[in-house]
Design a protein around this ligand. Structure first.
Ligand code: XMP
Length: 509
């Protein structure tokens, strides 16, 4: 195993992710993990993560000095280089200003770390202090505009240091640098796959859960679906999933969840129909944030009540992914101590005294999809478009009624059908209909109509932070439009939203 010692960097999980990309097995360890433990666990190489501190700061995280006697290769990244300088007899200069952003690296001596890479590389820096004198035994291998010691090595002891961050996307060929260390220097095997992740996770879940029960709120989205499938593989019927029908779901959604999980996977899924409660509380509410609050609060209430019917459980399972884990790194002993979890059922576990179990916590979205696929979840689930928690509640503009929801559901089902059959469903970020409570004049047959408007919102995006409207073929748009106006009673007009985000948001409310 490759050990990543975490010195409190926000990027530690990204390092781990890059190692998985190289198909190498790694584990993240607290920075103070005793060298003896690392040895006992069969560590074949160490990576020191970056960190927000100065090596000189009071209480700055330092490794067990004995790690330098393990005889295994070490790669120090950013703060990790400072540590090497500090512990091995170099000099680190304190600096008040941080160097942050793009830089250019010039490789002077490729050695094993930069083997096979171009002589010039764009790199990403983010550091305060810097190394000003090499520790004995080291030579400089790469320089940048700001540092003669951007890359250093002691090939004899197999110690390597880099001042920049190879794990971030902005560093060109960063993964190759990491792979060179893992494979070229440590001799790691490249055989770690999604299957291995699943086997490990299953073992861990079984150990943690023992004979207790786990409850999971299933939404039908990718994250909770994959978490459910993984937990089910590990503990079978000790898992109970609760699916709340809030009356704001899309057409057929509840039936899909029932058939997939109950019939195909034999998961214990309890469907709670709370649609009337939700709709009653939403009656007459037009303000989007107020809708969200009501929906969120009602969900927690309904979920909590349903747990009583399910019976005692010790654990709450959640499909939290790494990007949901907001790290606010603390200063002092435990860099991870202030990590907060961002989840959909806010406040629930604390109130209910449930322990959390989050088997996807270290993964990124694409990795979660790979796990889902390996567990046998269908493509429609693994590659499902994002769907907001408040559902159609924020897609019916203004006040929500059952009749408006029905119109929206029917129009949306047509859109999804056409997106699926044309293959565009998987090519765009999101595609959905919005109900506009505006009545417009039209003709149907010989009759004058006065019906509502449906807006098509179809966007491309990579992270939902920015988005652009998708330029779908006109004949596809036309087909969707004519099917909606012909097949959905109450809709007289279809419009296409051609706004990008910003300034518009993806959802209309
Ligand atoms: P906006 O509309 O802000 O949406 O551009 C960005 C992404 O977030 C989704 N979204 C939500 N998801 N609860 C959610 O779980 C919400 O209240 C919510 N509002 C927006 C939206 O679908 C898009 O993917």
């Amino acid at each position: 195993v490759i050990a990543v010692l975490d010195f409190g960097s926000q990027l530690t999980q990204v390092i781990a992710r890059r190692i998985r990309e190289c198909q190498v097995y790694s584990k993240i360890y607290h920075y103070s993990t005793p060298a003896a433990q690392l040895k006992a666990e069969g560590v074949i190489g160490l990576i020191f993560s970056g960190g927000p501190q100065s090596v000189y700061a009071k209480g700055a995280p330092h490794p067990d000095p004995a790690v330098f006697e393990l005889g295994v290769p070490i790669l120090g990244i950013c703060y990790g280089v400072q540590l090497m300088g500090h512990f091995l007899g170099g000099e680190v200069e304190k600096s008040k200003a941080r160097e942050y952003g793009h830089g250019e690296l010039t490789v002077r001596k490729p050695g094993k770390l930069f083997a096979g890479l171009p002589r010039k590389l764009r790199i990403w820096n983010s550091h305060g202090d810097k190394l000003t004198r090499l520790p004995p035994g080291f030579v400089a291998t790469a320089t940048s505009d700001n540092s003669p010691f951007s890359g250093i090595e002691d090939a004899k002891r197999r110690y390597y240091g880099i001042q920049f961050h190879p794990e971030v996307f902005h560093t060109e060929r960063g993964v190759d640098i990491i792979r060179n260390f893992l494979v070229g220097v440590c001799g790691a095997q490249q055989d770690w796959t999604t299957r291995d992740f699943i086997d490990h996770a299953v073992d861990e879940i079984r150990t943690k859960v023992g004979s207790s029960r786990v409850i999971l709120g299933l939404s039908g989205g990718v994250d909770s679906s994959v978490a459910a499938a993984l937990l089910h593989k590990a503990i079978g019927r000790q898992l109970t999933c609760v699916f709340v029908d809030n009356g704001l779901l899309r057409k057929g959604e509840r039936e899909q969840v029932e058939s997939l999980y109950q019939r195909n996977f034999r998961v214990d899924v309890r469907v709670v129909d709370a649609s009337r409660t939700f709709l009653r509380r939403l009656k007459g509410i037009t303000e989007p944030e107020q809708k969200r609050k009501i929906i969120g609060r009602t969900f927690v209430e309904v979920f909590e009540k349903s747990l009583k019917a399910v019976g005692h459980a010790d654990f709450l399972g959640q499909g939290t992914l790494y990007p949901d884990v907001i790290e606010s790194v603390s200063i002092g002993n435990n860099p991870a101590s202030l990590i907060k979890t961002h989840h959909n059922v806010g406040g629930l576990p604390a109130r209910m005294k449930l322990k959390l179990i989050e088997p996807l916590r270290e993964l990124f979205k694409d990795e979660v999809r790979a796990v889902g696929a390996a567990l046998g979840l269908p493509r429609e689930v693994v590659w499902r478009q994002p769907f907001p928690g408040p559902g159609l509640g924020v897609r019916v503009m203004g006040d929500i009624t059952g009749a408006k929801l029905d119109i929206l559901r029917n129009a949306d089902a047509i859109l999804q059908e056409e997106m699926m059959s044309s293959g565009y469903y998987y090519k765009v970020w999101q595609s959905f209909c919005v109900f506009l409570p505006v009545q417009t004049v039209g003709v149907f047959g010989d009759e004058r109509t006065y019906d509502y408007v449906i807006a098509l919102r179809i966007v491309e995006s990579t992270d939902a932070m920015t988005a652009d409207w998708a330029k779908l073929p006109h004949d596809l748009i036309q087909k969707i439009s004519s099917r909606i106006t012909n097949e959905v009673r109450g809709v007289g007009r279809v419009v296409l939203d051609v706004s990008s985000k910003p300034p518009a948001t993806i959802e209309w409310e």
